[in-house]
Every structure is written in C-alpha cells, then in structure tokens.
Design a binder for this molecule. Sequence first.
Ligand SMILES: [Zn+2]
Length: 379
Amino acid sequence: MDAQAGMLARLFERSMGLGPEWRVEDVWFESPESGDEELHIRVGRAPGAAVACPECGARCGVYDARERTWRHLDIWQLRTVVHCRVPRADCPEHGPRTARVPWEVRPNSHFTALFEAQVLVMAMSGMAVSAISAQVRESDSRVWAMLGRAVSEAREGADYSGVTGVGIDDTARARGQRYISVMADVDGRRVVAVTEGRDRGAPGRLCDQLEARGGDRSAVAEVTRDMASSYSLGCAEAMPGAAQTVDRFHVTQLLTRALDRTRRAEAKSCEEKRRLLRGTKYVWLKRPENLTERQAAKRASLASEHLLTARACAMVEAVRAVYSCETREEEAAGLDRALSCVFCQVSLSEKSVTFFRVSPRKFFGFRHGHAASFPTCPA
Ligand SMILES: [Zn+2]
C-alpha cells in the first residue's frame, strides 16, 4: 500500500470498529464502465488470530472461508465497498460456523453497520424509500429488505405492557384506496400495531397485536380516533372500558371544511356578499398568527359586515383555543364559550374534545361523522 492507501486503511480501521483481530489489507479505486469511480477496501484476519464460534464463543481454528462484500458509507462521495474472506470457525461442538464480523449488524447483510445507520436515519426522517435508494445508490428492494429486518428486530424486542392510551387512524397504503389501520401508543409516541383495512374488526385485530407483546386491551383507558363509525363501533367492542375521543386533527379538519362551505354558500347568496367574500378563502381558513398583514387587515375590516362566515370563523377559533388550554377548568370555560351557540353535547378529556351524542340538525351539523354546514345563526 502506498502512503495514501495506508492513511485510508487506518481511517477504515477506526470507522468500521475493527478490533485487533482484523486489519485492512488493501485499498484501491475502480472505475466500472457503467458508473462513477468506486473505492474498495479489503479486510482480513490478523495473522494468527483465532476465530470465535458464533454459537458458543469458543476460540477455534479456521475451517474455511467465504468471499463476501458489503456496501459501506460513501467516502468522498465515492461508492465504497468492503471485501472480506469471512472465515468459518472449526468448532468441535457446533461444526463449521461462519464468524461474525464487527462491521455488520446482522448476519448476511449487504450493508455495513454504519451504512445501515445512515439509511435508518434517512427513513426515520420521513424520506421515501425511492429517494433514499437514489441518494445512496442502492436498489430499493435492498433498502426495503434492510428496513424490514430492522423493523422486525425492533418489534421483537418491543414491550407494550404499560400502554394505557392509544390513537387509531387509517392511512392509504398506496395511491389507490387500499387502507391500513395503525395503532399508536400516545404516551410513548410509537407505533404499536398495524393491520389491513379500516373495518369494524380492525380495532380488535390491533388489540390482538398489542397483547402479543405484553399489552392488555382492558388496561387501555383512552382511545383517540377519527370519526369513522367503523372505528367507533370496533373500539367499543375491542376496548369496552376505554373512553373514545375524536382526535384534534379530525375535529379541526371538520370545522375548517364546514367554515369553507359556509363561505361559499354565503358568497352565492347575494351580490353584495359575493363582493365582500371574493378572494377571502385563506383570510378565514388560516390561523390568526399565520395571516399575512394584508389578510389580517381584511379579516378585521370584514368584522363589521355581519357575515355568517365571520361568525363561523370565530367559532372555529374558539374551539381551536380550547386545545391550547393549560387546565381542565380553562378548557371547560373555553368550551362553554365556543359552544354557546353550538348545540352539540360535548364532554372533556385531557386536551381534547369528545363528541358524545350529536343531534343532526343542530349547529355544526355533525352527523354520521360528516359536517353539514353552519346553518343560519340563531343568535
Ligand atoms: Zn461452538
């Protein structure tokens, strides 16, 4: 090895966590016809080092060796590949067993531990697998396989025994209406279970998974969910002891949709309202703190126009304000204010609004999980 390669070798020895049993034997560059220049590293056993049997740890002689490669973190933006003839320990008790190497997390991985860590960090930051595989220049099937193994390993070790509050929601598996239901541990901020579909049986299947890892459905005191009646019924069956709460996101979404429908209906009602409300969609839909100066001025100037939309907007803000309350007393007072002209029955739970029984033609018009619109204000 020349001086540059020697320096690289020392760098790898440190970055790959090689102990005294392993050493970098060679470093070289390759320029494959199909792509960019690559960096290659050959690692071998230090002379005379015994091989540990992965089953019992006994120090053994070498039975034979098998050539393998791993993808390592890019060095100077070069695709970097590690090569090693991995020895098999000649264990008197277990027979020939492939030795573990310090740079891989699990046997037969295509990636070194550092490379896996990089991909995991990207995936956990919310990057799509297609984007990850393009950035690290690996096939997405390999990236998926690695993520799948990492997730299964994390699931194997998971313990859901202390879970008492869960959130259940659906999400589309892919573009095109195939849904999955996800149960999250609200306090632990982690996914607990995932199942196909969003039917009435989904909460029960999620509970089965919860209990497979030490959880107890009868210990769940609170379920936060969306407004689908299948979840409402399914949760009541699967967790009869749990209070059900419609989660904040779905309540706010319902309110803002009703607000927007109110604005459109009011704009159609007469020429004057149409003129007043023209181009004001986001003046009403945005939170006050997110309004531009111009939008804030517009909202203020419309306040004196006796618009139904302005009243609806004030109600949405009042309900939103309940979510920022520090104490239950504040929440209760805030809800009273918010619902002073909204005739749905509500009850409070921590930081959220529970809609228990909703009469259809009343103010917000919640019915079967859908908001109708803001009818003419009775006040
Ligand atoms: Zn052994």
